[in-house]
Design a protein around this ligand. Sequence first.
Ligand code: ATP
Ligand code: MG
Length: 592
Amino acid sequence: MERPSVIHKTASDLRLPPNWNNYEGERSVDVWDVARRALQGLPGGGLNIGFEAVDRHAASALRDRTALRFISRSSPAIDLSYGELARQTNRFANMLRGLSVGQGDRLFVLAGRIPELYVAVLGALKNGTVVTPMFSAFGPEPIATRINLGAGQVLVTTDVLYKRKVKQMREQMPTLRHVLLVAEDGGITNEPDTLDWVTLMASAPDAFNTVDTQPDDPALLHFTSGTTGTPKGALHVHGAVVTHFCTGRYALDLHPQDRYWCTADPGWVTGTSYGIIAPLLQGVTSLIDREEFDAERWYSLLEQERISVWYTAPTAIRMLMKSGPELARRHSYPALRFVASVGEPLNPEAVWWGKEVLGLPIHDNWWQTETGGIMIANTPAFDIKPGSMGRPLPGIEACIVEHLEAEGEPPRVRIIDTPDVEGELALKSGWPSMFRAYLNNEARYRKCFAGDLYLTGDLARVDADGYYWFVGRADDVIKSAGHLIGPFEVESVLMEHPAVAEAGVIGKPDPIVGEVVKAFVSLKDGYQPDEALRMDIMAHARKRLGAAVAPKEIAFLPTLPRTRSGKIMRRLLKARELGLPEGDTSTLEGGA
Ligand code: ATP
Ligand code: MG
């Protein structure tokens, strides 16, 4: 179906006056400086994420406002106010201090989305202790690998996860000094060589002076999603709070009265930067659903919890689309006013689906574990071009570059000034949430920079209006008969076909043209994978893309392999197609 290329916004779409509406004007301001002044800072002159997110509000009129609202199928909702969160995080910080765990020490959390995870992360930050939340679905090996790579001294987990996944590996994690257990039945644990959360928390004082961390002091260690290879540990600092603050306002349009839901798990950087920190910084109420994806449940939550700002991912949107519009139409979303997505390219079809089914277009935005926060976004301040990631946020300078170095040399690049030319997406370094190291891999870190430019590893182009368009990851681009083909373009066209729920495209080696395009497709409910459908999808792709770019082969799969953060793992599709080793699959969904 032909659609307009721009979605114009009206003031009434947002229901509240947007946080900003003048793109150029806002970009001419030193927004980091403005944000630093809006934050409180520590009495000793430092800056601390946990303090700004929690204590600043606990000492204000927001004290009794619900900060975090946890819901699950099996137990009643738990609401933690800003005041209560401050007391609990103080207790936790005191508990760490009592265990001689201090500034710069490393703490890992392995738990579902339970309140204790959030208390541990924020309390550790206040104590200056560096935190890593891990996906609770990780198996024993990925857990031990990460704790060892990060030289973790403390692990917070549940009794059940401990017995199932950690106990047998304990000997192989020599740096681990303390394991703190939360009993899943709410009681008290008595595992040998572990400590009990409830007991220690009960005896810890609920007043704590936040450690005087400086903007450059380490705060969070986050592992990348492992979409293109072994996950890398990206180290972030307390100064990142400045970016979290700005982006919560610019890219998510958070207002203090919002009821916000970020669907990401804190095991993925989105679930920490935007599932914990950014919403608290804006004083909003955040919903945390402890259950996994379920289309009917999610629509009900949006309605019943009166969610006003929703931050989710393309994979979830595609699954909702797959479940059909009728399910969505059984509910209504009068409170919803802003929807955003991150993690993968958002196909134009998905942006339009939002407009048609939820009544709101979806704002795609782009960032990475390495960037710590949203860098390029569709925002309330300008129109959406469906399929584009939007424009660089105030404070962020982006460009498209071409590499000039020879094989094996350090990166050397040239900025491409002409619009609409594909190249690597680069950012001018120096934004506050920029990662400061890949753990134990200085050489890899250095290779990400050319002069003052950070090289993202993603290919994109920028149009004459300054909108960025994702082409593909540098690793995933297909070279066929002299053409460079970005998988996203092909996948988006496949998704226009009414039967297609998701698509992953790879290059398959071919002696004549170099690589041919092969597509893996999963179907929407109610469609049968047969030859007639394959031909129909193929014909659609040829018509839209031309024979040179359209897939030569289409295979049907019930689902596509993806990471726990929801990204299609094209490298696995490729390895399986070619019978090659699968490489690191620690983050593969359903793989642990
Ligand atoms: P790894 O680096 O281990 O291969 P990863 O890059 O998937 O994993 P993340 O840091 O979680 O790990 O993901 C960032 C990447 O996700 C980006 O570099 C980009 O490739 C992709 N991405 C994120 N948001 C978008 C978006 N809006 N559009 C297109 N791609 C996106
Ligand atoms: Mg990456």
